[in-house]
Design a binder for this molecule. Structure first.
Ligand SMILES: Nc1ncnc2c1ncn2[C@@H]1O[C@H](COP(=O)(O)OP(=O)(O)OP(=O)(O)O)[C@@H](O)[C@H]1O
Ligand SMILES: O=P(O)(O)OC[C@H]1O[C@H](OP(=O)(O)OP(=O)(O)O)[C@H](O)[C@@H]1O
Ligand SMILES: [Mg+2]
Length: 284
């Protein structure tokens, strides 16, 4: 179908499962077999293409697919004409330099040295911007082993917990080159596509539903202003009359992470019947 939305999603790696979970939460059908390369979701007039995360920016940049989910590091590494439309809050990592423990290397010291990476585009640009003439060695993965094996003097690699680096006896140096997370990408400068806008609205709804909860409580009207200061909501809380002289019922969205503290504070103010519920889905 011509007006079908075509989206690229990671077929494997760190982003594949969380991306599928998020799309499922946004109401899209997802593949059942991890070997499937394409999946049609007729209800939503959407076709999903499962591709290597590093290739996704290329497909979207060529305008073959209207949107994709990949890592910001991969988007920038590709140099493809795509733009970030929405950060998704998972697949968080930093892109950093590391060298043998105790080497006390600095970024300046990289001059004339060999730096191994699987993100050549990112590294070349970083070094060029600083006028550092180093030899970039391209490797496809497991970059951390390259120093021990004598292929490189330093690495520039993805770091999440730092466990892989530590296990290879390496030590970080320099400031992070980049902070990354999973993002939705679309072709740069493309006209607004209503179907992509709808995808983004759905995903934003998922992000809000994950980060916020709904809080309901009853409070004496005299304490209402103080209570509303604690629960300002998005555009102001809903305040309804309560069938009890001098009391009102309040309903507001609050950040999930702050919910328990807010409940304690509301209780101290005299609020009662404080209830917290999950938000299943939303459009704000
Ligand atoms: N350990 C990690 N924790 C969180 N995010 C990560 C981690 N490793 C990589 N990422 C991020 O996930 C994205 C995809 O990387 P991933 O390593 O899954 O791809 P890949 O290397 O092409 O695939 P594979 O490792 O399966 O060959 C990148 O944006 C990267 O920053
Ligand atoms: O800081 P950590 O939590 O240890 O995670 C970082 C590691 O995870 C990724 O490797 P991946 O498993 O994707 O293997 P790859 O090197 O083959 O891509 C990344 O390339 C690092 O090696
Ligand atoms: Mg990897």
């Amino acid at each position: 179908m011509a007006d079908q939305l075509r989206i690229a999603v990671p077929n494997k790696g760190q982003l594949a499962d969380p991306a599928a979970a998020m799309l499922r939460e946004a109401g899209y059908r997802q593949r059942k077999d991890s070997r499937d390369l394409v999946m049609v979701d007729p209800e939503n007039e959407t076709e999903f293409f499962f591709l290597r995360p590093k290739d996704i920016a290329v497909y979207v940049g060529e305008g073959i697919l209207q949107a994709g989910i990949t890592g910001r590091d991969m988007l920038l590494d590709s140099g493809a004409p795509v733009e970030e439309a929405l950060p998704l809050g998972f697949g968080g990592s930093t892109f950093r330099f590391a060298a043998r423990g105790g080497a006390e290397m600095t970024v300046e010291d990289l001059k004339g040295k060999r730096v191994a990476t699987s993100f050549e585009g990112l590294l070349d640009r970083y070094l060029a911007d600083r006028g550092i003439d180093a030899r970039v060695i391209h490797l496809d993965g497991a970059v951390e082993s390259s120093i021990q094996l004598g292929v490189a003097d330093a690495v520039a690699d993805v770091v999440s917990t730092g466990t892989t680096l530590r296990n290879a006896g390496l030590e970080l140096f320099g400031e992070p080159i980049l902070t990354s997370e999973a993002v939705v990408i679309r072709p740069r400068g493309a006209e607004d596509d209503p179907k992509v806008e709808q995808l983004l609205r759905r995903l934003r709804g998922v992000l809000v539903a994950r980060d916020y909860v709904m809080m309901d409580y009853d409070v004496h009207a005299e304490q209402l202003d103080d209570a509303v200061d604690l629960t300002p909501g998005m555009e102001g809380p809903t305040v309804s009359p309560l069938h009890r002289e001098g009391w009102v019922a309040v309903r507001a969205m609050v950040p999930r992470a702050a919910a328990q503290r807010i409940m304690d504070d509301l209780w101290q103010l005299g609020a009662r019947a404080i209830l917290v519920t999950d938000i299943y889905a939303c459009r704000l």
